[in-house]
Design a protein around this ligand. Sequence first.
Ligand code: NAD
Length: 398
Amino acid sequence: MDKIKMTTPIVEMDGDEMTRILWQMIKDNLLLPYIDLKTEYYDLGLEYRDQTDDKVTTDSALATKKYKVAVKCATITPNAARVKEYNLKEMWKSPNGTIRAILDGTVFRAPIVVKGIEPCVINWKKPITIARHAYGDVYKGSEMKIPGAGKVELVYTAADGTEVRELVHNFESAGIVQGMHNINNSIESFARSCFNYALDTKQDLWFATKDTISKKYDHTFKDIFQDIFDAEYENRFQEAGIEYFYTLIDDAVARVMKSEGGYIWACKNYDGDVMSDMVSSAFGSLAMMTSVLVSPDGDFEYEAAHGTVQRHYYQHLKGGETSTNSVATIFAWTGALRKRGELDGNQELAAFADKLEQATIDTIEAGEMTKDLALITTIENPTVLNSENFIKAIATRL
Ligand code: NAD
């Protein structure tokens, strides 16, 4: 059989621990036998990040700007324990944070829906994709404890020295105060990433804030989204047969619960933080969530939403058997291959991505799955497979 040819490479970002083991198994069993795989390889494993003073992370993000499509394995974000464990020169920053800052992107998280792993919200039939604005608001806030009576004001000092003041509160006793900000450029990038991704995946886009209460702060988010939509996207949405829908955050939450899914829900930073965990837990499993970083320029970096599954890795190192779920990592690869296929006009490659996803879903729906899914499935007497045999079962169907 002739292997599928590729014209442009995908940026491949290797990672750590158990997901690094799965990464190689996926390539060996599901990709290399069928595709003449062209990748530009970056080793984001912690040892090599340390050796290169984390330059490899920056290089991989710059390569993503060049080739437009990347696939990333889960990586360790070092903390004090990891600095000791790996004898690191420094507590390097989160690679995802570094890559996101360079691409100025928005993260979209979506569950992989299969029969037999049922969401606890029974009317959710299709995935709900959450887009989180990952800049500012309370995450870059400054706070004070107010010890007693006194006045708190917001003061803006313009470049020419002129001041504008706004009273926050006249305290009569002790209390608390918080100042936070956002930047129009960042909100605009967020809006464009969301509109582009809605067009890309042909799904409606919902956005919600509390603009009735926050008449300047939240209202600015609402206005920026609407202005960009009207000026740049309205016609394209009409052609694609999709909608942009704005509502209040409380109304959005109520509607989401009653909906059947199948749309993108764009959230401000805090809402996205909270709602993405609600949605992923309600859909069943962190191991079945995909994540894609989309830049306003149309660069795409695909990954699994979960981490490196450290506990399984230590088991694996001791020679023990593992049953680690590789589905989200497989879907990271299929997302990248399909996007590469679309951008290069390589239909064979895009079709292969569809087939690999279908083979993965069929395997689970036939009752063959890893232990994490066997514990929550509605399928009776599932067959629990180890990490490698699950991937081989998919290869057999493929
Ligand atoms: P984790 O996602 O690795 O694990 C959280 C829990 O979910 C564990 O109980 C694990 O057993 C289970 N789980 C997750 N994915 C699974 C899978 N595919 N199959 C079976 N079970 C699965 O998160 P953690 O334990 O908090 O972090 C471990 C490491 O991963 C940390 O060093 C952290 O920095 C890193 N991390 C990386 C990313 C990323 O690269 N995007 C995201 C989160 C955490």
